[in-house]
Design a binder for this molecule. Sequence first.
Ligand SMILES: Cc1cc2nc3c(=O)[nH]c(=O)nc-3n(C[C@H](O)[C@H](O)[C@H](O)COP(=O)(O)OP(=O)(O)OC[C@H]3O[C@@H](n4cnc5c(N)ncnc54)[C@H](O)[C@@H]3O)c2cc1C
Length: 390
Amino acid sequence: MDLRLTPEQEDLKKRAYAAGLEFREAAFKWDEEDAVDYRAVSDRFGELGFFGLTAPKEWGGQGGDCMSYLLAVSEAIRASGSWIVGEPMFCTTGPGPSMIMLSESQALKDQYLRDVLTGKLGCAIALTEPAHGSDLTYLETTAVRDGDSWVVNGSKSYVTGAIYNELYATFVRFDGIPGPRGIGAVLIPADSPGFTMSRGPVFLGTRSIPHGDIELKDCRIPLENLIIGPGHFARLMTAFNMERLHNCAVSLGGMLCAYDEASEHVQQREQFGRPVIEFQHVYHTLADVAVTIEAHRLLSYKAAANAIDGKYPELQDVSIAKLFGGTRIPEVAMKCAELMGGKGVTSVTRTQRIVRDAVTNVVAGGAPAVLRNSIAAALFPGRKFPQTRG
Ligand SMILES: Cc1cc2nc3c(=O)[nH]c(=O)nc-3n(C[C@H](O)[C@H](O)[C@H](O)COP(=O)(O)OP(=O)(O)OC[C@H]3O[C@@H](n4cnc5c(N)ncnc54)[C@H](O)[C@@H]3O)c2cc1C
């Protein structure tokens, strides 16, 4: 596998870094106020050419691949130090748009896909429920056909971007069929009757855009809004793997941001009459951090390069990369903060925000234990690792 970047990919990386840099200062205010003018950020990323990266050109996308997505999201986050700048790419290329692209409903694509891929409508994803997170296959939100509508009932939690997006790719259970066989997804516009949203609890990190709650009470949507019906859980999760690639990009960008800031600091800061980088503890710590980042970069590049049709990451590759990045970034960020002494934990550094974001993100897109279950199941295909009680 050749993981060297092409000149076009190098150019995309530079453009994404420059785009992220535009928001480096604003990101401090977003975090402090726990608020952001998300539409303005999203529009700017659209102007700069970052929407619909992996989507086909006939739908208004750029016809690119997962590597473009990984590079764009990670470099924008590296420069800004904020996960927010990844959201315009997430909502126009990530799991929601990928699910619509995979859908067999031509009417659904005709109505929404172009607007989603060109950023006119934002698409978030709603899986998690108050009683079901890791055990997604137990989810209780139901979709029942009634004439020419689906009627959806249930509750969703921690939906990133809830209140800011117009569309929600929502995981539901059809016809009371138990287990994964009954699970599919529908696309719910936020202005549907019976659909309400609230900001949800305040988070330690990944602030500014809420991870909100959604209530669905006899929420009625047209039949054409079916994304994928029951019996195709594996297909649905193929699109969801874009979520995990996004998590990889967020970890990679955050690690690089903390490393850049700490490296600059230790070369300027003097103690005992010497730049602190000259102390062995400091340059050894930076070497260790650089090795971890390189390992995560290579695992993430592999997950992107191996994606099916360049667009749908393989479960095992992306689970390994997400597990590595998501569990290592807290340690990387804390080491970088420590290298900056007291300053490292003050509000003037990007790194203190990365520390909080890293801890907050550990379970987002799948908890580490769940990723380990999935990785082990693929390593030992002849064995069963049942998680359900007796
Ligand atoms: C920042 C952030 C953003 C998010 N964004 C979204 C979003 O946009 N849309 C959405 O739908 N959801 C979102 N989520 C929710 C996220 O997907 C869930 O939090 C996650 O799947 C874990 O579910 P849970 O919180 O219910 O934890 P639980 O499933 O209750 O897990 C609690 C603990 O039990 C462990 N555990 C559970 N099952 C097993 C097992 N079989 N083996 C070993 N250990 C196990 C877990 O590892 C964890 O440590 C977000 C969460 C966060 C933190």
